[in-house]
Write a protein that binds this ligand. Structure first.
Ligand SMILES: [Ca+2]
Ligand SMILES: [Ca+2]
Length: 96
């Protein structure tokens, strides 16, 4: 018998438990901003999350984040890039 996950690409909530509290907050906002629920973030979704997190210049910050984090240049932050994104946003002081 094969167990099918309903949304295999969705970010699993269980991963949050191991994160420090401020990163959990960021993750929550990111998840809310993932409007098409595909488990990855395009620039507009990231901009929304940043705005929600209280960034002064969400568009600029999203550009910076993409330049730094989207290492495979596919215009999406996904998979392991999300970990880098969390770390980056945490180091910028978000989620406090
Ligand atoms: Ca998305
Ligand atoms: Ca990417």
């Amino acid at each position: 018998m094969t167990v099918m996950l309903p949304h295999p690409r969705k970010i699993p909530p269980s991963r949050d438990k191991n994160l420090p509290v401020h990163l959990q907050k960021i993750m929550k906002k990111l998840r809310e901003a993932d409007r098409d629920n595909n488990g990855s973030f395009n620039k507009s979704e990231l901009k929304h999350a940043l705005k929600d997190l209280g960034a002064y210049f969400p568009g600029w910050r999203a550009d910076r984040a993409f330049g730094k984090i989207d290492v495979n240049n596919d215009g999406l932050i996904s998979g392991e890039e999300i970990d880098s994104l969390l770390e980056y946003l945490g180091s910028c002081g978000f989620g406090k």
